[in-house]
Ligand binder design. Structure first.
Ligand code: NI
Length: 223
């Protein structure tokens, strides 16, 4: 991701031209690009009757990221982050603890986030860094065990939705009066709990902190 950031800003500085003003009250902007969700996870152990002494890890994923923002002053906007669904492998933290391989399953989620962002620079500058804070709601669906775990009697995997805070730092770089490029880094507090059945016995992982870093690079358009 770091290389893509550098490439996009190198292009941006070549394309920069005379700019009247960056953003203004009443502007609506749309950004589209790539969003990488990189979990910084920790989990409690899997419990089925007793503690199995095995916890979980979650892989990263990259999807199409979209966001929309409305400037209610020249320097403050409210932004909605949307994306195509992220799909993450969920693995055991130790190799093959159940004789079913290293992977427990796969979950899909959507993490819509609403943020308020403050722009640090004067609107006459092409370089527009901002800081933001907001709320995230993450909904999990299509939770599935691997075929090997299915075969071992694991069924009905379900992860609770999460509601939490999100923080971000980003920068828009104006190419002209309508087009710009954007890079952002955000942290989202996503905590969940997993429940499932093992041959009819209820099992759970009571605390899964996914708490991902989300990296985005986008192209933006101002209306
Ligand atoms: Ni958390």
């Amino acid at each position: 991701m770091k290389k893509s950031f550098l490439a996009i800003f190198a292009l941006a500085s070549l394309g920069a031209s005379n700019l009247a003003v960056a953003f203004q009250e009443g502007d609506i902007i749309v950004r589209a690009g790539l969003a990488n969700v990189s979990p910084d996870e920790s989990s409690s152990n899997i419990v089925v009757g007793s503690d199995l002494g095995v916890s979980l890890t979650v892989d990263d994923d990259t999807q199409l990221g979209l966001n929309f923002a409305y400037f209610f002053t020249d320097r403050l906007n409210v932004e909605v982050l949307a994306a195509t669904p992220f799909k993450h492998d969920v693995n055991f933290n130790v190799s093959d603890p159940l004789g079913t391989g290293d992977q427990l399953g796969e979950v899909t989620h959507l993490p819509p986030t609403v943020s308020v962002n403050y722009y640090l620079n004067d609107p006459s500058s092409a370089f527009q860094p901002y800081l933001g804070a907001g709320l995230n709601y993450t909904i999990f669906f299509d939770e599935e065990f691997t075929a090997a775990n299915d075969g071992a009697g694991l069924t009905d995997l379900s992860l609770d939705s999460s509601f939490g805070l999100a923080f971000q730092a980003g920068v828009d770089y104006m190419l002209n009066d309508t087009w710009f490029v954007n890079g952002s880094i955000r942290w989202i507090d996503i905590d969940t709990e997993a429940s499932f059945n093992l041959n009819g016995a209820a099992g759970s992982v009571e605390s899964i902190e996914i708490d991902p870093w989300v990296y985005t690079v986008s192209v933006g358009y101002r209306f």
